[in-house]
Design a protein around this ligand. Structure first.
Ligand code: SF4
Length: 323
């Protein structure tokens, strides 16, 4: 299967104040590599501030990497002109966390859904309108809402508008950045199920960014776990949840609420707060919070190494078979 997007050793540092020396930059993303295959749903999880949203913006070409490569359908984004990047945007769409902020408050939603087609010069006005109405039906919005404004809709309906707008362009990849976390709990499951259904129908790939492991487990085929700017584990969904290897992944999974009391185990988030990405710890970045840390962890950064089919883990003690 071909990769829709491939990140190779991608680095993105930010200088938050002009006078900061390079060593004091925020190292938001620090050597991230993974690929999302055609039509697959790939999850990127981790605590707030781990760099997952920055990865999404790098994939969308909204940020340029400080180092490494982001390739979409084999093309390095850094090699594209502004015009070529604009054309590529049709194939890589975004679903935002807060739908109201993503929509134009002064434009009827039917026009907003059709707008992308006009921007890319697709179809006549009548064709664009017909396609927008068809897509509204596909996302569960009545055509009677086409003339309404975003503030007249519920949060769930607003997010359906954002989804319709993204999918109408028939993208190859959709970056979904916390797409349900701003919605009422009662509609989160509906929107997640809708995203899964639409993926089946349209065959696009999702890069699904979330701090919510239960949501990611429901929709993703493979999952990467990020900690402080780096990927620490990648595995297929069932493998990750049934056989988490990295101590950080184990802690995250143990903290996911389980409805059945008989299946509840000990819930333990990693101790303490993540360190600052301005000055990440030497060696394994997780070592100040890791219950399994040994001396080697304090000065040698672990590499992502295979641990079973399709499963990679960055931990010295897992690699040595000690945990
Ligand atoms: Fe813990 Fe060491 Fe493994 Fe890092 S390398 S996760 S500190 S055991």
């Amino acid at each position: 299967m071909n990769a829709v997007v491939e990140l190779t050793d991608v680095v993105r540092h930010f200088r938050i104040k002009r006078f900061l020396a390079p060593s004091q930059q925020v190292r938001a993303v620090d050597g991230v590599s993974f690929a999302v295959e055609e039509g697959e749903s790939f999850g990127l999880v981790g605590e707030s501030g781990c760099g997952k949203t920055t990865v999404g913006r790098l994939v969308l070409g909204m940020l340029a990497p400080t180092g490494g490569q982001v390739r979409v359908d084999g093309t390095d984004l850094a090699s594209l002109s502004t015009g070529e990047m604009r054309k590529l945007r049709r194939h890589v769409q975004m679903i935002y966390q807060d739908p109201l902020n993503a929509l134009d408050p002064r434009m009827p939603i039917g026009d907003q859904i059709a707008e992308g087609l006009a921007v890319h010069g697709i179809g006549t006005e009548a064709e664009r309108k017909a396609r927008a109405l068809g897509m509204m039906g596909a996302v569960g919005l009545s055509a009677r809402l086409a003339d309404r404004y975003p503030h007249e809709l519920s949060g769930g309906q607003q997010q359906r508008v954002v989804i319709a707008r993204a999918l109408l362009l028939e993208p190859r990849l959709v970056v979904c950045d916390e797409p349900v976390s701003a919605l009422d709990v009662s509609v989160q499951a509906q929107v997640v199920n809708l995203l899964a259904e639409l993926q089946q129908r349209y065959g696009c790939a999702y890069l699904f960014i979330s701090h919510n492991l239960a949501v990611v487990r429901h929709i993703c085929r493979r999952i990467a776990v990020m900690y402080l700017g780096a990927v620490v584990e990648i595995a297929e969904r069932d493998e990750l949840f049934e056989r988490p290897r990295h101590p950080y992944t184990r802690a995250l999974i143990s903290a996911v609420p389980v409805p059945d009391p008989a299946r509840r185990g000990r819930r333990s988030l990693p101790k303490g707060e993540p360190p600052s990405p301005t000055n990440p710890p030497a060696g394994c970045r997780f070592h100040p919070r890791c219950a399994f840390a040994v001396e080697r962890c304090r000065h040698e950064a672990p590499k992502l190494l295979p641990d079973g089919e399709g499963h990679v883990v960055a931990c010295h003690r897992v690699a040595e078979g000690e945990i």
